[in-house]
Design a protein around this ligand. Structure first.
Ligand SMILES: [Cu+2]
Length: 92
């Protein structure tokens, strides 16, 4: 999923089984911001929760986004279904 400004940076996203993940990037004042978008096609809510960090709720049938910066590496899970896990790594 390397596009545009991601030529020099790679984003690795491993979504949980029910979550399809995509990544977009844009340059802003020399900093690369990566927007991760989750699409929840299930009839119930999921979350992308980083222990001790941020949490994104993804309502049923909707999309949700979160912005990470370069060199972020996080492990996340679904608070409602802890067996659903994902990983985001931004390589600078
Ligand atoms: Cu879930």
């Amino acid at each position: 999923m390397t596009t545009g400004l991601l030529n020099r940076r790679q984003v690795l996203v491993a979504g949980a089984a029910m979550l399809a993940s995509t990544a977009l990037a844009r340059a802003h004042n020399g900093t690369v911001h990566v927007t991760i978008e989750w699409t929840n096609t299930d009839p119930f809510a999921h979350t992308a929760t980083v222990k001790g960090g941020w949490e994104v709720t993804i309502p049923p049938g909707q999309k949700a986004t979160h912005v990470v910066t370069a060199d972020d590496t996080v492990e996340y899970y679904c608070r409602f279904h802890p067996n659903m896990k994902g990983h985001i790594r931004v390589v600078g």
